[in-house]
Design a protein around this ligand. Sequence first.
Ligand SMILES: C[S@@+](CC[C@H](N)C(=O)[O-])C[C@H]1O[C@@H](n2cnc3c(N)ncnc32)[C@H](O)[C@@H]1O
Length: 218
Amino acid sequence: MRERGVIISRRRTPVQETIYRLDGPLRWAMGENDELVASAPVRLGQRVLDVGAGTGFLTLPLAEVVGGEGVVEAVDLNSELLSVLADKVERHGLTGRVRCHVGHADDLPFPEGTFDHVFCSYLLHELGDRAERALAEMARVLTPSGRVVLADYRRVEDQQLWAEIESWYAAQADGGGPDEVHLRFSLGDLERMMVRAGLRVLSLRSWKVFHMHAVGRR
Ligand SMILES: C[S@@+](CC[C@H](N)C(=O)[O-])C[C@H]1O[C@@H](n2cnc3c(N)ncnc32)[C@H](O)[C@@H]1O
């Protein structure tokens, strides 16, 4: 059964489970996406990139802000998630402002200096050792005055809390298997990766209990 595009049946496939978690109403109600968009800040008419866009948690608010003269390029490996995103773009009357690309964060299909800003939420932990390479790609496609805005899970020092949160994710239908670590990087890890990728860190902070946000530039 579908309600406003969100699958609410109790039996979900792993991809449906991912869509449900990425698009859950509580997540949207927290306003993290609007906060991230404002931290660049994004302006009318700009060209922005959303790397690992999924079902559009950042793409949709970005498309609202850039307006009809701007464009949001959404890149993701998973074409099923991008088709959910494309449906939402149409339903929200944002057609023409968003272009979807099946592509890899390690090898972004854009020339150097293309984007006013680059956004990436909750992808880096999935990339593991390849996260730094993806950050270097984000730096490459950014204009010299642009910002890279990042959000991800944050490795917490409390081992018991860390284990509880990881086992909650592992128990989900789309938990990613026994090897997937969600709270992979600490604030210090993210800072080091950004610097090695050629980014200057403008801000880096914890968000809520086990999340973090960062803003950087070339
Ligand atoms: C946890 S989801 C986050 C999606 C979205 N940014 C959000 O915050 O809701 C991670 C996304 O990254 C995508 N992804 C994973 N590896 C990728 C890669 N190497 N290149 C591009 N996208 C990737 C996944 O398909 C998924 O949509």
